[in-house]
Ligand binder design. Structure first.
Ligand SMILES: Nc1nc2c(ncn2[C@@H]2O[C@H](COP(=O)(O)OP(=O)(O)OP(=O)(O)O)[C@@H](O)[C@H]2O)c(=O)[nH]1
Length: 330
């Protein structure tokens, strides 16, 4: 059975609306990246060296990342030999299978959040301004609340003008309390207050915003260390997640940001926003493979329910949805 048929079977027993979100959110990447792969397959009947050379170029332009592309091309060449593939029309299915393998092979960690069974779970959000951090916190608050959790937010970005108000707007929209202090106050003090409030109200999850200054790595490191120290002192083992928010439309720049944050603090997961806004959705693979940090959530649109847990099967389905449907219907 081809990988596409297996994929269709696998995702068929999952929530259709979530699969649809991946398909719709990845439309730009599908039109561009997958469109070019389809065109390549149509032009080359044989899978030869020229075919691989062009494929390499397409993958690099989709922001899959140089190292990951080289790894992928090597794997594909071996697979073509192993299966003795002569006809290029099977290649989209083989490429998809290898994309999932590369993603999953980069680590065992699951994309689900590390939520405590008992007691308060603290999630810290880091990332530069404008990547969609506040929106992500709002969307995640909505999601967790819909799952029956009691959620609170801490307005730890006391640096950027308007950041506290923006978080409060989300708090009102979602129906979640926001613990804040005046602009310019010490973020660690905000965290302390927020933890006390969350504990006394018996909240399940505290989502903490932080400032996204990157100009000075030493300061960023110091600030995050202080915030983490306060959180850890109040709740041993916390923060339970440090999620780095990256904007998919910034491409390789997102990778550079990620490297800096990774050096400044222990990042446990990535949230990749605005994946719907780029034709270069291959960045997911570059991030996973080159940084060794799992992509926990992806932003697939502006709506409240457009933040989805990342899943490599659904991602690959989004890339080749038409072909998967076509093959499965045969
Ligand atoms: N299309 C799309 N837009 C998004 C997504 N996530 C966030 N946005 C938009 O990106 C813009 C910036 O998001 P903000 O949340 O304001 O940015 P921010 O990172 O909070 O800024 P800071 O608080 O300075 O860190 C907003 O217009 C959001 O609606 C997404 O997944 N898809």
């Amino acid at each position: 059975m081809s990988f596409f048929k297996k994929l269709k079977e696998k995702i068929s027993n999952q929530t259709e609306s979530v699969t649809d979100k991946f398909r719709d959110g990845l439309t730009k990447t599908r039109d561009s990246f997958s469109g070019r792969v389809n065109d390549l397959v149509a032009r080359y009947r044989k899978v030869d060296e020229d075919f691989f050379e062009e494929l390499e170029e397409i993958l690099i332009q989709a922001d899959v990342g140089f190292g990951t592309v080289m790894e992928l091309i090597d794997e594909l060449k071996m697979e073509v030999k192993r299966q003795n593939i002569k006809d290029s029309s099977q290649m989209q299915s083989v490429i998809s299978e290898k994309l999932v393998e590369i993603y999953e092979g980069s680590g065992e960690e699951k994309s689900s959040l590390n939520v405590q069974e008992n007691g308060l779970t603290v999630i810290l959000f880091v990332g530069v301004n404008g990547v969609g951090k506040t929106t992500t916190i709002g969307k995640l608050a909505y999601k967790l609340k819909s799952e029956g959790k009691s959620v609170m937010m801490a307005a730890g970005d006391t640096f950027r003008a308007g950041a506290i108000d923006q978080l409060e707007v989300w708090g009102d929209r979602v129906g979640v309390s926001v613990i804040k202090q005046a602009e310019g106050s010490d973020p660690a003090a905000v965290m302390y207050d927020a933890i006390q409030a969350a504990k006394s109200r018996g909240a399940d999850i505290l989502l903490c915003d932080t400032a996204g200054r990157l100009q000075n790595k030493v300061n960023l490191m110091k600030e995050l260390e202080k915030v983490k120290r306060v959180i850890e002192r109040e709740i041993p083992g916390a923060p339970h997640e440090v999620l780095l928010v990256l904007d998919a439309t910034t491409g390789q720049n997102a990778l550079i940001q990620a490297k800096t944050f990774k050096e400044a603090t222990d990042v446990t997961g990535i949230v990749l926003t605005k994946l719907d806004g780029t034709a270069k959705g291959g960045i997911v693979l570059a991030i996973r493979n080159e940084l060794n940090i799992p992509v926990k959530f992806v932003g697939l649109g502006e709506r409240m329910d457009d933040l989805q847990e990342f899943d490599p099967d659904k991602y690959v389905y989004g890339l080749f949805a038409d072909l998967v449907e076509e093959e499965s219907a045969e």
